[in-house]
Design a protein around this ligand. Structure first.
Ligand code: MRU
Length: 339
């Protein structure tokens, strides 16, 4: 396959390489990803993460395996295993549905390669269009708050919510971005703080529990987040802690925007209750681990509740900023996301 480079994925020497997002920002390690078991491990340990990126990495690996001569039945089995790697972000399923159709083609090898490369190029273009659509919602002097990581690391382009923020910064509209650290895995503190710093965007890192007092002090003009799945009624699954921010924003009269590509839409999912929520290991809550080391503060046997995502009801969302434009609450109520 041709060489390819995004912020966190590479194809070189006919192999998939991923930038280890668990090691960032202290270390920049590119990991080889030769087979399905390795990619599933990368996805489940969040070395590869972010809704669009998970789907793209799975699609690229499948195409490379086909090129390497893996027979059709084995590719079909690989697709099924990859599809189940993480349950919440629907981009993985949406991308692999397209790869499944390519696998059915007579010349399935070139169909899979072309489709995987098309998905990457499309995601890049979708990010640009999201940034275009979101820009008018960011007036000059904006002090925005964001959660988790929705940037170039999580996509094949400039990102979703972070793409809007980066575009607004280029236009001189950003006074300040408040970056929520995003416990338990600290995607905000490790990844968003790093990405915004690289882009020269003025930022201040906060712990998740500081958002309420900032809003009460009038220091947040809008909240911008991404999405892992958008249901037909507009409910949004996103990184745990998103719902708390939406409740806080509603109480304080702060606009709350969700930015996502069409690959995050699940029209077949009626509402947030039907979105599968990934439960993760207790060790992520009893302590923390990364390239900075490992600490445990709670007793090892402490019972833990650790859902990776929560659902924000549509009623708390001011606008869904998609590649096709901004969808308003009235349009969502009228059925914009229904099948
Ligand atoms: O568990 P993660 O880090 O994969 O969760 C990612 C998020 O929740 C992001 O905010 C979302 O996928 C949008 S990425 C453009």
């Amino acid at each position: 396959m041709q060489t390819l480079t995004t912020t966190s994925l590479q194809i070189r020497d006919n192999q998939l390489w991923i930038l280890d997002q668990q090691a960032l920002p202290q270390q920049k390690i590119w990991c080889p990803t030769p087979d399905v078991a390795t990619l599933v491990d990368h996805i489940q340990t969040l070395r590869v993460r972010g809704a669009p990126l998970i789907g793209l990495s799975a699609s690229l690996l499948l195409a490379l395996l086909a090129e390497g001569g893996m027979p059709k039945p084995a590719l079909s089995e690989a697709l099924t295993v990859l599809r189940a790697a993480r349950p919440t972000a629907v981009n993985l399923m949406n991308n692999l549905d397209r790869m499944k159709a390519a696998l059915a083609a007579a010349d399935h090898v070139s169909a899979l390669v072309n489709e995987a490369l098309r998905l990457v190029a499309e995601d890049n273009a979708l990010c640009e269009r999201i940034a275009d659509a979101g820009l008018p919602l960011v007036p000059p002097g904006s002090r925005l708050l964001t959660h988790c990581n929705t940037g170039g690391l999580a996509t094949a382009g400039v990102g979703t919510a972070l793409g809007v923020i980066a575009r607004a910064h280029q236009q001189g509209r950003i006074a300040q971005v408040w970056v929520g650290e995003t416990r338990p895995l600290l995607q905000g503190g490790r990844l968003t703080a790093w990405e915004l710093g690289e882009l020269g965007v003025p930022l201040r890192l906060i712990t998740d529990s500081m958002a309420a007092s900032l809003m009460a002090r009038g220091e947040v003009d809008a909240v911008w987040v991404g999405a892992d799945r958008i249901a037909a009624n507009g409910d949004v699954a996103n990184k745990i802690g998103t719902y708390s921010l939406a409740v806080l924003a509603h109480y304080h009269g702060v606009p709350f925007y969700v930015a996502a590509p069409q690959t995050t839409l699940d029209r077949a999912c009626p509402d947030g209750n039907a979105i599968p929520i990934e439960q993760r290991a207790a060790s992520e809550v009893t302590g923390v681990a990364g390239s900075f080391g490992h600490v445990q503060w709670a007793p090892a046997s402490t019972p833990v509740y650790n859902p990776a995502f929560d659902v924000t009801p549509a009623a708390l969302i001011s606008g869904w900023v998609l590649d096709s434009g901004v969808v308003t609450p009235a349009q969502v109520q009228a059925g914009a996301f229904r099948p």
